[in-house]
Ligand binder design. Structure first.
Ligand code: HEM
Length: 133
């Protein structure tokens, strides 16, 4: 992961965010991907959740640097841990795969390097979240 990845990720995120459907597309895919996920979000206001997800993506970009990771993600990891929302590690893989589908559908300039950049930027945060389960 390098500055070029951050740039590709950030530019693509801006293009996705310009599509009104981007986050609802992600939640549609994510909820349909597993009964467990659908149950977890049964009582959630998904419009509010979508706004939080958008800011989370920027936070994950900041957390892609190792020295910043814990500072940005510790609370989030705690809330998602076994004693809280109880989000088991495999659910993060589903999260990433459905997010990548939504990105591919929403970014009009999506290409392989852009997809690889998203994965390289987000993976360290996902690994951190899993490691705190
Ligand atoms: C790295 C990936 C993820 C990020 C950045 C993220 C981010 C967030 C944020 C910011 C919140 C609100 C604040 C909080 O509760 O701490 C939240 C809540 C939540 N997240 Fe995640 N999340 C991620 C992965 C997941 C996964 C894989 C699931 C699996 C189902 C999940 C399920 C939930 C649920 C159920 C809530 C509470 C919703 C409610 O208030 O009703 N999250 N998430």
């Amino acid at each position: 992961m390098n500055n070029r990845d951050i740039e590709l990720f950030n530019d693509s995120l801006e293009r996705c965010s310009a599509q009104p459907d981007f986050l609802s597309c992600f939640y549609r895919l994510f909820l349909a991907s597993s009964d467990t996920v659908a149950q977890k979000f049964e009582h959630t206001d998904l419009r509010k959740q979508a706004r939080m997800l958008k800011s989370s993506l920027y936070i994950m970009m900041l957390a892609s640097s190792a020295s910043e990771r814990a500072a940005h993600l510790e609370k989030l990891a705690q809330s998602h841990g076994r004693a809280g929302l109880d989000i088991a590690p495999p659910l993060y893989d589903l999260w990433l795969e459905q997010l990548m589908r939504a990105v591919e559908a929403s970014d009009p300039r999506f290409d392989a390097p852009t997809g690889a950049a998203w994965r390289r930027v987000l993976q360290p945060s996902i690994d951190f979240m899993k490691s705190r389960y």
